[in-house]
Write a protein that binds this ligand. Sequence first.
Ligand code: GLN
Length: 482
Amino acid sequence: MHSLHNLTIKSFHEGLVKKEFTALEIAQAYLKYIEVRDPEIGAFLSTAKDQAYQQAEQADLAIARGEEVGALAGVPMAIKDNILIKGLPATAASKMLENYTASYDAAVIVELKKAGAVFLGKTNMDEFAMGSSTENSAFKITKNPHDLERVPGGSSGGSAAAVADNMALAALGTDTGGSIRQPASLCGVVGLKPTYGAVSRHGAIAMASSLDQIGPITKTVEDAAILFKALAAKDRHDSTNVRVNYGDELLNPKLEDIKNMTIGLPSEYFIDGLSPEVRKAMDEVIASLKTLGIKFKEITLPHTKHAISCYYIIMPAEVSSNLARYDGIRYGTREHGKNAKNLIDLYKLNKSNGFGAEVQRRLILGTFVLSSGYYDAYYAKAQKVRRLMRQDFDNAFKEVDVILTPVSPTPAFKIGEKTSDPLSMYLSDIFTIPVNMAGVPAISIPAKVEGKLPIGFQLIGKHWREADILGIGQYYERINKI
Ligand code: GLN
């Protein structure tokens, strides 16, 4: 039996078709490992043994029948708990959805089921994806497998920790301002936020709809490419979903194409606040990519300094609108409002007890910036600044093919270190938020580092050019033997 540690989607597939093991054996091995290890890590909110075994058996049957199976057949995955899988809980780590069972599959799950994937369980996250450390979960704290005193990042912290600790071969996360890339960076795995519109969000519990995307969290860039290709299918349920023909270049990048690329280094991202370890890791990544023949050029993204303030107007505005539905009548539990004397009382009791502090903070911010009299001063103005941020990227991409930056200013921080100071938590997303504001794709890839804590670097691509960032990433991986 292969050790789970060495498996990638690629090597799993090879072993499976060569009949070195069955999908069921591997699913059993993962679920057994989750049982012993997860009480310590806290990556999962629920597991799905019965469904997983059935799915694995289907993959095994197809192979026994001599059918040709795809790259994801039998692949054991962990899914963030804000993505619906029919018949399984989907809580978004909120008390508001504590007893909710999904009645349908999200579009990405439909695609993965067609591809034969196996779903091991649902992963912990910040409540409704609001946070950068997974400490905002209503249910439990997830620990960073590299140092149990530290956070795994967030909001897809459970998914990143599960992959990093070999409790799943791959995972799905969602990214509104960095929630795939930042936990991937802090846990030492790969995380891709696709172009806005590349992957359907139908069946993902919405946070801020003009920013949300679903994407893969994997051990290698090559695996991220395989998974992304399966996710990027056209779905009529999400009107932002665009059909793009992602061809084979995602999986087989050519060295001639990579060599001729120019990578931009934005001066606004290589600042004094960067921790020395992160700075050193970036320098080494740049040196390593130069050996491929890639050229580097300093660029500027001048509106970066407004990214966080602008995000904390637009995002809460959309959050307050998306979360209005959890009124305990149409959506969400009514548990906390059952003793209410009237309708207003029901709303008050149910929302103030069903939502955690961070969610409530954003609902209040959001309703304020949208209120008449303040709308133009805040929301409309932030939209204009967002437009300028997008133009920054458009201008930069006239000069360079890809942009390289850190993912997070520091490696994983300690559990509890930033919980009392929301602003310092918000600031840790400075390098990831502009990407969502512009809608471009970006990937976090583990840099080769000596210390115990992983550090990721971010490659940002042009709209619909996931192939460029996945291509450079795959060559980085090859030359550094990751
Ligand atoms: N950390 C950011 C926030 O708290 C981003 C969250 C996300 O991408 N879902 O909003």
